[in-house]
Design a protein around this ligand. Sequence first.
Ligand SMILES: [Zn+2]
Length: 427
Amino acid sequence: MPTLIEKITGSMAIEDANYATVAVDRLLSEAVTMGASDIHLQPVSEGLWIRWRIDGVLQPVGTLPGRIAPNIVARLKVLAGLLTYQTDRPQEGRLRDPARNLDVRISTFPILCGEKVVIRILSTGAASLRNLAQLGFPTHVADQLHAALNATSGAILLVGPAGSGKTTTAYACLRALVQITGGGRSIATLEDPIEVALDGVAQSQVRESAGFDLATGLRSLVRQDPEVIFVGEIRDPQTAVIAFQAAMTGQLMLTTFHAGTAVEAVTRLLDMGIPPYILRGTIRVIVAQRLLRRLCKCAKDSDPNACQADNLKGLANMRAHGTDEESQILTASPGALLNRCREPAGCEACQGTGYLGRCVTAEILTFQDTALAQAILDRADSRRLAELASATGAESISDTAIRLVNEGVTSPAEWFRLFGMDHPQHP
Ligand SMILES: [Zn+2]
């Protein structure tokens, strides 16, 4: 079987005039076929080192000869409409090829040995077109989220780190909103960038260089008589304040936010200057999510205690100075959480990784519980909020992931990868 790099270079000689054009074309096609979300091309002393991210994990592809590296980078810059002669400062561009259902963002960054290029593959169809039911959320999360979408005002927050699938969830929510209302509600978005085009939604792309940033755009958008507003991501206090004002004044506001857990989102918004009574009064639900790699059918059963002990050993090595609560619980009773262990093996179908596709773990927070609502008004810290959320009996994002391990859907190593190193409740 040809290696990945052989598939990309084929039988071409480096002197071939079309080398860069053909290699870039094959690299993009191969990445889409493999389901990669990002491609990294990094000049190193041996050549141009290529890696791609599949199912959230960066994996090596191979190295192209150093002589050809500048041509490959130049070809990508041409495709993205960037200045090829400008090699000493970062640039960003986009390439759309509807014929191949390809939409990528290309960013270049000058480093020691040349320019590093990162290609983000925005939409290759399948993943971004899922509806809510296809996302695989736990039933109670899906039901409460769906109920919140029927509200006519307030805020729905989708939170998680980068690459946690929150944007895919946001698009599924917008699609559900169009469906629920049959086009009867005015839905508008402010995005950076627009990742998927949606029928029945007025989507806007912010352009900071033209003075059209999220905060300015939001101020104008509320005068467009919207009933539902989707703000791609709240990144700064200014945008947060305007977005929550909209949520208070008769619009349903949907947004994504960078936070590890639902309670962390609350404390971060408080830190951004949103008054607690506004959070208490506007937030319908906060959904926090992460993606775990799904075990391939080649996975093998092994002893849960031995398996957990191995992972704990690795965890202890990585966290020499840590005093994390979760680690203490695990160390005290290693068998307490896991009662089943399936581990990755590797076969042709999964390219030897042992994993194929991903599954979602999630938690949902509402403020219907009066103790929790009062704690927010009292600006309680995230630890206290997490205790109160847990006291309501709600399954946490980490609990749901443990359940997926015990169901054999994913491996203990995946749980440790996401929750072992820095527990999201105590970042
Ligand atoms: Zn396999």
